[in-house]
Design a protein around this ligand. Structure first.
Ligand code: AMP
Length: 314
């Protein structure tokens, strides 16, 4: 059977790739990895990656050169986004058609066509295996982008859902000659400031329900004092992972100037996604995000998480 995505890429001269808002490495790596694969394997294609750039707070340059004429004649490929609302492209409603590539649980069935594998740990895993299956050339440059997503979303091959296909994707990518140790240094060597923040964050953590829930609350005034970006602030959530007693851990943080409080929740075995969805959020069973509008609401969310633990204990 002919692969639908291959057919669609062949059909369109203009291809726009969009990520999710607040981009992470999986969406960024998916977008740029896919862009390289398209340019290397198909002739005469214009490929534009749009949206916010990872960690920079800037927009992709390609967005500026897109005219209405090009947009309405394009296919929009969304990567690593489950909900259309979170697709980071202002003109997403006027493209000719939408193709979704994702690995989240599918709540919002947008897109005329899609490749969704919710058993995959990373969207870059889905793209790598798709390219491999279709015998497309994956350059070293493309592989490097894709590997960043694979290694970050799998927590360095540690999280649940890391499986044979994850290692197959890692093998395919590493065989292109990418230097894995350089990628690890780039991603995981901490600046002194960040190491200090991780240490401070652990000190700020509160533990409830016999240490089964860990919470780091970063209020606006604390955020302002730390000279780090959103993703770096959020990275301190990892200090609560890997502690036997802590079953569910979260960070609630308020970016200066924003009236919303963002929540990142993680667990090794509780379906925290069901709670995230109640608070304008979503994501995966064991890694979800949410948005609340007051610190009071955080208490309710924590009560819901406690209920998950209590229910299991019954
Ligand atoms: P985060 O805690 O921000 O790292 O997000 C964890 C996972 O949940 C990622 O896969 C996000 O794409 C997803 N996610 C985060 N926030 C939301 C939201 N408000 N709605 C839907 N999915 C989300």
């Amino acid at each position: 059977m002919k692969d639908t995505l291959i057919k669609k890429i062949k059909d369109y001269k203009n291809i726009i790739i969009a990520k999710h808002v607040s981009p992470d490495w999986d969406t960024q790596g998916s977008a740029y990895g896919l862009k390289e694969i398209i340019l290397d394997n198909f002739k005469n294609k214009n490929v534009y990656v749009v949206g916010e750039k990872l960690n920079l707070g800037l927009r992709e340059e390609s967005e500026d050169i897109l005219t209405q004429e090009v947009i309405t004649d394009s296919i929009l490929i969304t990567v690593d986004v489950a909900n259309f609302e979170r697709v980071d492209f202002l003109f997403k409603n006027i493209v000719k058609e939408v193709f979704k590539i994702d690995h989240h649980l599918e709540d919002d069935k947008f897109g005329q066509n899609k490749i969704v594998d919710s058993s995959a740990i990373a969207c870059t895993q889905v793209i790598t295996l798709w390219a491999y299956k279709n015998k497309l050339n994956i350059s070293k440059k493309a592989a490097s982008f894709l590997y960043y997503g694979l290694v970050t979303d799998s927590g360095r091959f540690l999280f649940d859902k890391t499986n044979g296909e994850t290692f197959q994707a890692a093998m395919i990518l590493s065989q292109t000659g990418i230097k894995i140790t350089d990628i690890y240094s780039d991603l995981f060597l901490k600046k002194f400031e960040l190491a200090k923040w991780h240490n401070q964050a652990f000190g700020m953590a509160k533990f409830l329900e016999n240490n089964s829930i860990g919470i780091i609350k970063v209020e606006e005034k604390v955020f302002k004092k730390i000279n780090l970006g959103d993703e770096e602030i959020k990275s301190a959530l990892s200090v609560l992972g890997g502690i036997e007693e802590v079953k569910i851990w979260l960070m609630a943080y308020q970016t200066p100037g924003s009236d919303k409080i963002k929540i990142s929740i993680r667990s090794r075995d509780f379906d925290i996604n069901s709670v995230a969805k109640k608070y304008n959020g979503g994501g995966h069973k064991l890694a979800s995000g949410a948005n609340i509008s007051s610190w009071k609401e955080l208490d309710k969310l924590i009560d819901d998480l406690s209920s998950l633990i209590k229910l299991k204990g019954k």
